[in-house]
Ligand binder design. Structure first.
Ligand SMILES: Cc1ncc(COP(=O)(O)O)c(C=O)c1O
Length: 419
């Protein structure tokens, strides 16, 4: 299998003077007094990137095995996406939605066709798409289902991750994410993930929607049993409530299909997209849904200054075109088998378990060998960028443009740091 056509040169002109102003150490120190400490990044300062490779300010090269939590599914600066952005920068970048612009209809039509749904509500970040999906579901419950005013409920799964707004962290069970940020929005019921009986018990006549990740990414790439998504579809249909699939991390090629729900040939009422929709260039998210659902919104009821802006629409359209070829989904499927085989060989050699779907893996490391953070730091020393999720679990999600050889070399490096 060959990589999609692109320039693969990695000859960046790096700053090689470690310790001088502008060195990695200096830049990390310079952040401390002026930057909110809501992240704990690995100690690497990236200055340039191309495809699967990034380079720090000293000119050291790293393989990106995180891909911006799947925002970089097409690699860094994919030529078709950069070209689309450049072309649009020379024409028109922002109008607000007070006016029409010439890129929006094409973007919405392409995305609706790609997902098999009807209408698009363009937003910017993933959390905004989730918030928008929640608002739309509530409005649908009142206007279409006939739930009494302010009584709508939404059923979500334990261990979910849907973003960081106050409403969203209010129904998270991650204490670090929620403690200190209350009071929270009412109207959410939490049930165990991958448990149809618990879901059935939680759904009643007030239920507007069931909101789940088809695969729980931040929880450690947790893949539900075969039949779970089909069961959620059947149950929500039977109870007359919406099925909202948060595909912000799992969607757009990552799992070997356009959407993760495609693995069970399930069509939700609402799909939330983000991350890779912006091609790693601009923040682009969207609520994509059936006409009956998004049709509940009227002028003035929801909006965003930047949502669906011309630059976002141009890049988003180029992303849709890349996915329409099927090439990235195919690569994720084929290379996912390489990933699976490589991880299977490490079980008992430092890996205690793993889950793979497409080019996406949660890898449980023997806690005796270190925390996920420590393993990530050791991989950084080997020139590999990954991120821990919880405890001793790390997540592997390289750009879908990675070659088999490079993937195998990354798995070898993992074996080395565990050995
Ligand atoms: C499933 C899921 N939903 C929503 C979000 C939030 O996206 P954003 O960080 O763009 O707000 C994420 C981010 O990791 C996610 O994985």
């Amino acid at each position: 299998m060959t990589a999609p056509t692109r320039t693969t040169g990695t000859a960046f002109a790096g700053n090689t003077s470690a310790g001088t102003p502008g060195s990695s150490a200096e830049l990390i120190r310079a952040e401390e007094p002026v930057l909110a400490r809501n992240y704990h990044p690995l100690p690497v300062v990236i200055a340039r990137a191309e495809d699967v490779w990034v380079e720090d300010v000293e000119g050291r090269r790293y393989l990106d095995m995180l891909a911006g939590y799947s925002a970089l599914n097409f690699g860094h600066r994919h030529p078709a996406l950069v070209e689309a952005a450049h072309r649009q920068l020379d024409q028109l970048t922002l109008t607000s939605r007070a006016f029409h612009h010439d890129r929006l209809a094409g973007f919405a039509a392409g995305l609706a066709e790609l997902t098999g749904l009807d209408m698009v509500l363009p937003m910017n970040t993933g959390a905004e798409a989730v918030e928008s999906g929640i608002k739309v579901a509530r409005k649908w419950a009142y206007d279409v289902k006939g739930v009494p005013a302010d009584r709508a409920t939404i059923v979500v799964a334990a261990d979910n991750f849907h973003g960081r707004t106050t409403t969203i962290v209010g129904f998270s069970d991650d204490e670090t994410a929620r403690t200190g940020f209350g009071p929270f929005t009412p109207g959410f019921r939490v049930v165990p993930y991958n448990d149809l009986a618990a879901l059935e018990a939680a759904v009643d006549e007030t239920t507007a929607a069931v909101l789940i990740e088809p695969i729980q990414g931040e929880a450690g790439v947790i893949i539900p049993d075969d039949g779970y998504l089909t069961g959620v579809r059947e149950l929500t249909r039977r109870h007359g409530c919406l099925f909202i699939a948060d595909e912000i991390q799992s969607g757009l090629g990552r799992t070997g299909s356009t959407l993760a729900v495609d693995h069970e040939a399930v069509v939700p009422d609402v799909v939330l997209l983000g991350k890779a929709l912006g091609g790693g260039i601009v923040p682009v998210s969207a609520v994509v849904a059936r006409r009956e659902v998004l049709g509940v919104l009227h002028p003035g009821e929801h909006g965003s200054t930047f949502g669906g802006n011309p630059l976002a629409a141009a890049v988003g359209s180029a992303v849709v075109e890349l996915l329409a070829t099927g090439e990235f989904q195919r690569r994720a499927t084929e290379l996912g088998e390489v990933l699976r085989a490589g991880l299977a060989a490490l079980v008992g050699e430092g890996v205690t378990g793993f889950r793979v779907r497409g080019l996406w893996a949660g890898v449980d490391i023997d806690p005796a060998l270190g925390t996920g953070r420590e393993i990530s730091e050791r991989l950084l020393d080997e020139g590999i960028l990954v991120k821990d999720t919880h405890g001793s679990t790390i997540r592997l999600a390289p750009p879908l443009t990675i070659t088999r050889e490079v993937l195998e070399s990354a798995l070898k490096s993992l074996g080395k740091v565990l050995g």
